[in-house]
Design a protein around this ligand. Structure first.
Ligand SMILES: [Zn+2]
Ligand SMILES: [Zn+2]
Length: 267
């Protein structure tokens, strides 16, 4: 099956295209499943307004839009309802509430330590080895929380590190993440947005070759995530193929499909 569970919308303020344009792109590219996983809104108690995620005021129209597309394209494409979320222990109840509201899955994208209100972007924190350790511990806590379906861009720690700085601290971080994922039976993601940026000369540090070579010892189960912030990325068949080729060349088992509870899927 051709499935992508990592798809954004304009509500996060750094993506482009209508919700339906992502669905049309997925149909045109032959996907069986398209999961929307826009950056989750948090009801920050401090009143902090994030610049990289949908505001709480967009939550209901996001859920309604995805639900409408799911009905409209039934039989053509299975549309799934998800979010990309950090694991902020203090906002755990909020994520549980989103599940009660119909969220089918969360992708763990740990862009901040707990919580965004008080911490800089993880990519910046990970310029230091201490930051790398904090990142890995936060990801492992997220994995163990039982709330998430898979780990997005686990090699985010290399966002602002040159590849030659994949040092012992980074190896230990990779071990921490892969061990937790292994114990939870959880896939980790090979990120195609990062790959597409590398191909266009705008390397953002991940996918990091050193990271993926290193984690071969864990034999991780790997899922391909388009991380579409534009419908064009879903249509890029060469990118999809290159991602698969790279993961297969590393010898990893590819998880092509996340099982979900209901029976709406066209198997
Ligand atoms: Zn994003
Ligand atoms: Zn994403």
């Amino acid at each position: 099956m051709k499935c992508n569970y990592h798809t954004h919308t304009t509500r996060c303020m750094h993506a482009e295209g209508s919700d339906e344009s992502y669905v049309r792109a997925a149909v045109a590219a032959g996907f069986d499943v398209l999961g929307f996983s826009d950056h989750v809104p948090f009801p920050f108690v401090s009143g902090y307004m994030s610049g990289i995620r949908m505001p709480m005021s967009d939550l209901n129209n996001y859920l309604a839009s995805v639900a409408a597309l799911r009905v409209k394209y039934a039989g053509v494409l299975t549309v799934r309802t998800g979010f990309e979320a950090e694991y902020f222990p203090r906002y755990r109840d909020h994520l549980l509430r989103l599940k009660e509201m119909g969220t089918e899955y969360f992708v763990l994208g740990q862009h901040y330590a707990d919580s965004e209100e008080e911490n800089p972007y993880v990519g910046l924190e990970c310029q230091t080895d201490d930051g790398v350790r904090r990142y890995a511990d936060a990801v492992a806590a997220g994995i163990r929380s039982g709330l998430f379906a898979y780990v997005a861009h686990p090699d985010l720690l290399m966002r602002h590190r040159s590849p030659d700085r994949f040092n012992r601290a980074c190896e230990e971080a990779a071990d921490t993440i892969c061990q937790a994922a292994d114990e939870a039976g959880m896939p980790i993601e090979y990120n195609l947005l990062g790959l597409s940026l590398q191909r266009s000369g705008n390397d953002r540090g991940y996918p990091c070759r050193q990271f993926w070579q290193y984690v071969r010892r864990w034999r991780p189960r790997v899922i391909i995530g388009v991380d579409a912030h534009s419908p064009l990325l879903l249509r890029d068949a060469a990118l999809w193929r290159e991602g698969h080729d790279r993961v297969e060349a590393l010898g990893f088992e590819i998880v092509d499909h996340l099982p979900m509870d209901d029976k709406t899927e066209e198997e």
